[in-house]
Design a binder for this molecule. Structure first.
Ligand code: ZN
Length: 246
């Protein structure tokens, strides 16, 4: 089984289309580590696509906020403005779908998917010491997470934990061979709002037969996504950050 692993789509339809085109023919199913909506201008289109095409989705903090499950007190002004706008845009069917997304970690058959950290869906795993703490809560040797919008993740072995580096500029694929006896906590990166100083949309394809996790990046028409953010009257900073990938 080849799984296309996506996370943090954030209602960016242009980025999603580019990812699906780049991954076309290379996967059998799609799973998602959360945050379908928030920030971007196409929440209904992205949720409707997920309802049709995605086998399994765990909820992200913005999915919760946009359907009223999460207090937005800790969100910055731009995020809160966008999530309130999103909530007003979503159809009742799409709101209902977001309301009923499961909390991670959830088994996707062969691996787990989660949004933030295994013990807390809202926690960020950015640094090695955070991953080392999270390790004890991992139920299986392979898990995929999101939330940080940083492609990469962590490999645990008897000598300790190693942080994976992001792809170099101009490199659009890195195949990580998954070794028996190791534990992997991998982040496909963000489709719709990368924050690792690479503005290309990020995704990952896991092939369980080949035991490979393939980290991928693809360019997408950023200006088109920005134009929709302007037209929707969303904070302009949300468009600016797409260009720099931060
Ligand atoms: Zn996110």
């Amino acid at each position: 089984m080849r799984s296309l692993i996506l996370s943090d789509l954030h209602a960016n339809l242009e980025a999603l289309r580019a990812v699906l085109a780049a991954a076309s023919g290379a996967y059998d199913r799609i799973v998602c580590c959360g945050d379908l909506v928030g920030y971007g201008a196409d929440p209904n289109a992205v949720v409707e696509w997920a309802r049709r095409e995605v086998s399994l989705v765990v909820r992200g903090n913005h999915d919760k906020a946009c359907c009223g499950l999460e207090d937005m007190e800790w969100f910055n002004v731009a995020a809160r403005t966008a999530d309130e706008w999103t909530r007003a845009q979503l159809t009742p069917e799409n709101l209902d779908y977001l309301l009923n997304l499961p909390k991670g970690p959830v088994s996707a058959g062969g691996f787990d998917i989660l949004h933030g950290a295994p013990a807390d869906e809202d926690e960020y795993l950015i640094h090695v010491h955070e991953a080392a703490y999270a390790y004890r809560y991992l139920a299986v040797p392979l898990s995929f997470f999101g939330h940080t919008h940083h492609q990469g993740g962590f490999v645990f072995h008897s000598n300790g934990v190693q942080q994976l580096r992001k792809l170099a500029p101009g490199v659009d694929q890195y195949d990580l061979r998954l070794e028996p006896g190791f534990t992997y906590l991998l982040n496909p990166g963000s489709v719709g709002q990368p924050r690792d100083h690479d503005n290309r949309a990020a995704f990952l394809i896991h092939d369980d037969q080949a035991a490979v996790a393939s980290f991928r990046r693809v360019d997408y028409p950023i200006e088109a996504a920005q134009e929709k953010i302007f037209r929707a009257g969303l904070p302009r900073s949300l468009a600016a950050r797409l260009a720099i990938g931060a």
